[in-house]
Design a protein around this ligand. Structure first.
Ligand code: GLU
Length: 461
């Protein structure tokens, strides 16, 4: 089999969201799992709507998710000379022809066709045919170039997602592939790129299905066989609309800022349109081992943030504490807090109750900054009745060895001395030290604080 070559070809118009980046995940995974090559191409020919900021989010988002490319990024705007070269070659071979029909004439044509209930399409006025006399070339009009679409037969492909698709050529009119100023149009650039970049598999959103027959015809006119196509169903947002930034989709990088893990995102996005039996949680390595084009889903997938959080929580739990620590340190840094070597152990103690690294940083905060309990917790737990026991515990902790077992012993002695049950002492101590009564086991929590801080907090009551 020839080497697999896939590509992701985003248009940098608006910030890339999860629905878009899923179209990067599959071609990336297919290239990685087959030992192929993954190409990144930025389709920036829409000068009005493209922006460097959007390119940056694409690059940053892909880097964050670990969707590394082997070639590129290639920018279409930098390939204009190449497109024009191919256009000239097509013109020389009679594969395209100039069309001088004005916009007003095209509009009139469309109105006539609509009035007689025909599908609006270019009528071939300027298409040269043997023996046909073309209208006189109007003066001062710069023509567009139209592609000479095959007049009959069908154009067909076996889509890896949608199955066989056949379109009659007489349904496709002669596509404009260069504007009057000579700039090439979208479908043409895509074909030249896919040929030059030797793409074997085009995996993209199904909003491009209508372009595919046109692109296939251009491939064949250029003497090339088209690649394999896989058109991915749309990603819907939680309201069931097509995901788009206009209806609330977030830029991919925002999920990083909100504390999601790249591997969890890959896992979640992978399941949004592909399956491996009933497996819901898997590692990146498993995904790459399992990924194939035969198990891409056919129906639209719906984004579900609660599910994403759940997937993230599973990955968070499974992740090694020391690997988690730098990610949580980053979140703390954003709050101006410098963590230290205790952070790995802190992650280990709290990760089971968190779904994001932001939540984890929320717990870790108590170890590095001064957190204060709420008034309600103060009123409920910091009562006069418990004051002597807390003071006693502070005293014992001042001289205890600073490890979990010794701290546990000091707590036990305090309980015995004051005739208290564990919660009666543990809750106020948690509230004082961590600012909340809900924490993991008290001895483990206290052992991760410095003795100084614990004694200080207990004595402040
Ligand atoms: N630039 C197109 C888009 O962002 C993708 C084109 C393609 O994959 O062929 O929708």
């Amino acid at each position: 089999m020839t080497q697999v070559r896939t590509r992701f070809a985003p248009s940098p118009t608006g910030f890339i969201h999860l629905g878009n980046i899923r179209s990067a995940l599959y071609p990336w995974a297919f290239a990685r799992s087959t030992g192929g090559t993954f190409v990144l191409r930025i389709e920036d020919t829409d000068l009005e709507r493209s922006s460097q900021a959007a390119v940056d989010v694409i690059l940053e988002g892909m880097r964050w998710l670990g969707l590394d490319h082997d070639e590129g990024p290639f920018y279409q705007m930098q390939r204009m000379a190449r497109y024009k070269e191919v256009l000239a070659q097509m013109q020389a071979e009679g594969l395209v022809y100039p069309c001088y029909m004005s916009v007003a004439e095209l509009d009139a044509l469309r109105d006539r066709q609509m009035a007689s209930k025909e599908k609006p399409r270019y009528d071939g006025t300027w298409r040269p045919e043997p023996g046909k006399v073309l209208p006189p070339v109007p003066e001062g009009v710069r023509p567009v170039l139209r592609f000479r679409n095959p007049p009959d037969g069908v154009v067909a492909w076996d889509d890896k997602v949608k199955g066989r698709i056949e379109i009659r050529n007489d349904e496709l009119d002669d596509l404009v592939i260069a504007r009057p100023d000579g700039t090439p149009t979208y479908n043409f650039c895509v074909v030249v790129d896919d040929i030059d970049m030797a793409i074997t598999h085009v995996i993209r959103g199904d909003d491009h299905v209508n372009n595919t027959p046109r692109q296939i015809n251009i491939f064949r006119a250029l003497g090339k066989e088209p690649p394999v196509y896989a058109h991915l169903p749309t990603v819907l947002n939680e309201q069931g609309e097509k995901m788009s930034k206009r209806n609330g989709a977030k830029p991919v990088t925002q999920y990083r800022d909100e504390g999601f893990l790249p591997d969890a995102m890959v896992n979640y996005l992978a399941r949004l349109g592909w399956s491996h039996g009933d497996d819901e949680i898997f590692s990146r390595a498993q995904f790459l081992e399992w990924f194939d084009l035969d198990h891409l889903g056919r129906s639209a997938a719906q984004f579900d943030e609660a599910k994403l959080r759940w997937v993230n929580a599973q990955h968070l739990k499974a992740m090694a504490d020391e690997a988690l620590a730098p990610l949580v340190a980053e979140q703390l840094q954003r709050q101006g807090i410098e963590a230290d070597e205790r952070l790995g152990a802190i992650c280990g103690l709290f990760k089971d109750r968190c779904d994001t690294t932001v939540a984890l940083a929320g717990w870790a905060r108590a170890f590095y900054a001064d957190v204060q309990p709420s008034e309600a917790d103060r009123a409920q737990y910091l009562t006069d009745a418990v004051r002597p026991a807390v003071a006693d515990l502070a005293r014992r902790l001042e001289s205890a060895a600073w490890d979990k077992a010794s701290i546990a012993a000091a707590i036990k002695e305090t309980l015995a001395a004051h005739g208290l049950k564990m919660p009666a002492l543990a809750m106020p101590v948690r509230v004082l030290v961590m600012g909340t009564p809900q924490t993991p086991s008290l001895d483990a929590v206290l052992a991760l604080f410095t003795r100084k801080k614990v004694v200080e907090k207990l004595s402040s009551f």
